[in-house]
Design a protein around this ligand. Structure first.
Ligand code: ADP
Ligand code: MG
Length: 219
């Protein structure tokens, strides 16, 4: 127990250092982004350079946002929440993004379920999972989000995407592990960390015909 305590102290000081480094990076980054936007008209003959720079800056921004979350998570606010409503709200939120790619989100729950959780953290989990589901699907299709109770409260996020190769399945949640050009490889790491915090598990299964199922279980 003593060793565990020391490890967690060590982790938190590294976390604090990381958080301040992230802040130090973000200020100059915001300034670079602002001045780059002002230059847009002056670089009309090289729009592709401008676009690459903007995209790369946005990538650094998303990495720092996610790193900040890992290094310095907001304090837990556990309350008894209607998780059916919470997840339904996330689906609504993601629907407009998914529609841009002709992807439908189909939400279903057997009844209202209540658990003790941090609502904004749980929202983040399902934003990450649904975002990955959208990104895994090349074209139109349906993402199914099902909330139900069997042995325990379970939420399935079912996509019709490219699927997760077996060797990758074992490595999901490793920092910076991404197969996407614009990926940060931090989404599932944050997701797993939040779920650990909630004594919940995350499993990846193959969808019958095509795609994957990300299954979250609360114990
Ligand atoms: P990112 O989305 O930034 O790449 P994540 O941590 O969210 O990082 O995901 C890590 C990797 O796991 C992805 O790059 C992808 O290869 C794989 N992955 C995650 N979700 C899915 C999914 N629903 N279908 C297929 N592959 C997935
Ligand atoms: Mg992701």
């Amino acid at each position: 127990a003593r060793k565990m305590l020391m490890n967690s102290e060590k982790l938190s000081s590294v976390g604090q250092l990381a958080a301040s480094v992230v802040h130090e990076i973000r200020n100059p980054l915001t300034s670079i982004k602002g001045f780059l936007q002002l230059l847009e008209n002056d670089v009309k003959d090289k729009p592709e350079y401008f676009n690459i720079m903007t995209e790369e800056i946005e990538k650094i921004e998303s990495i720092t946002t996610e790193l900040l979350y890992i290094a310095k998570p907001s304090p837990n606010q556990f309350k008894n929440e209607n998780i059916t409503n919470t997840i339904s709200e996330v689906c609504l939120l993601m629907k407009s993004q998914a529609r841009l790619y002709d992807i439908q989100i189909d939400f279903k729950s057997d009844k209202d379920h209540y658990i003790n959780c941090d609502r904004s953290q749980i929202k983040q989990v399902f934003i990450n999972l649904i975002k990955n589901a959208v990104e895994a699907m090349e074209s139109e299709g349906t993402i199914r989000v099902h909330v139900y109770k069997d042995d325990s409260l379970t939420i399935d996020v079912i996509d019709e995407g490219v699927g997760v190769p077996d060797d990758l399945k074992l490595r999901l949640g490793e920092p910076f592990l991404s197969t996407k050009e614009k990926g940060t490889g931090l989404g599932l790491m944050v997701t797993k960390q939040i779920l650990n915090n909630h004594h919940a598990s995350l499993n990846v299964l193959d969808n019958k015909e095509k795609g994957s199922i990300f299954r979250v279980r609360f114990y």
